[in-house]
Design a protein around this ligand. Sequence first.
Ligand SMILES: NC(=O)C1=CN([C@@H]2O[C@H](COP(=O)(O)OP(=O)(O)OC[C@H]3O[C@@H](n4cnc5c(N)ncnc54)[C@H](O)[C@@H]3O)[C@@H](O)[C@H]2O)C=CC1
Ligand SMILES: O=C(O)[C@@H]1CCC=N1
Length: 270
Amino acid sequence: MAERISLIGVGVMGEAILTSMLPTVDAGGVRVADGRPEHARTRAAALGVQAADSNTEAVTGADVVILAVKPKDIGGVATEIAPALAPGAIVVSVAAGISTAYLASRLPAGTPVVRVMPNTPATIGAGVSVLSAGEHATGDHLDQVASLLAGTGAVHRVEESYQDAVTAISGSGPAYVFYLIDALAEAGVLGGLSRELARDLAVQTVAGAGAMAQQTGEHPVVLRERVSSPAGTTVAAIRELDERGVRAAVIAAAETVRLRSIEMGRELAD
Ligand SMILES: NC(=O)C1=CN([C@@H]2O[C@H](COP(=O)(O)OP(=O)(O)OC[C@H]3O[C@@H](n4cnc5c(N)ncnc54)[C@H](O)[C@@H]3O)[C@@H](O)[C@H]2O)C=CC1
Ligand SMILES: O=C(O)[C@@H]1CCC=N1
């Protein structure tokens, strides 16, 4: 029998996951709900899935329930849906900083909870999702969730204690890359290029460099050295980046995310 999937929270990440899943799941078995019911109806109609009028209606009879609401809302949603969950239903959370224990304490005893950190390139199947099992989630539960998320892109598994570090790299990471694209494009405009050309050059450069790092498997330093001709242009740019502390700034930014993720979990647990 096809899986019945419920998605609570049709926002940026919820819709990205839903879109990527749809080619491989039976859309007729997917039901969504959102705090904005009209939004849920509109998006459900556009994507060919069902909309429910409430979170409890959405989860009734579901085999897998995906919670894609904000961290501050997820505890309330877990408490709300608990009485309506089918025995054995898997609850999947994508909320940054929220532990499986925090959710399990609000769900029926023994509920398998799987924590996932996805990222927005999931929308085009080029994301990466990292899974961790809560206390009652088995290897089979993880396999089931991994296969549901296969359309989002790559899927990895880590111990839950590493999820804050994952959030710092791949969860928030697309924003750092978009920031770099924007800065590169701005430099092109400064150099006299049209905005359109500058943006295309920046986007294609980031896409090409990412694909090259992925396909060759070479260390990024080796790839960077191949661009840097002796006494040439690139080596001068890298020295400038180093002098301005860009490498240290990137590491510090990611570390701030990791600490913020830990802090968010603690704030809500208090
Ligand atoms: N945006 C991103 O790049 C990523 C987000 N996440 C996680 O995904 C979750 C959602 O984030 P976004 O999609 O960015 O936020 P969002 O604000 O776009 O989506 C949240 C959705 O939840 C709905 N909602 C709020 N309260 C609700 C309730 N009580 N019941 C049902 N629906 C409710 C909102 O109407 C909204 O559509 C967060 O927990 C975040 O940590 C994880 C990885 C990446
Ligand atoms: O900014 C956030 O809190 C979410 C989690 C990871 C990416 N976006």
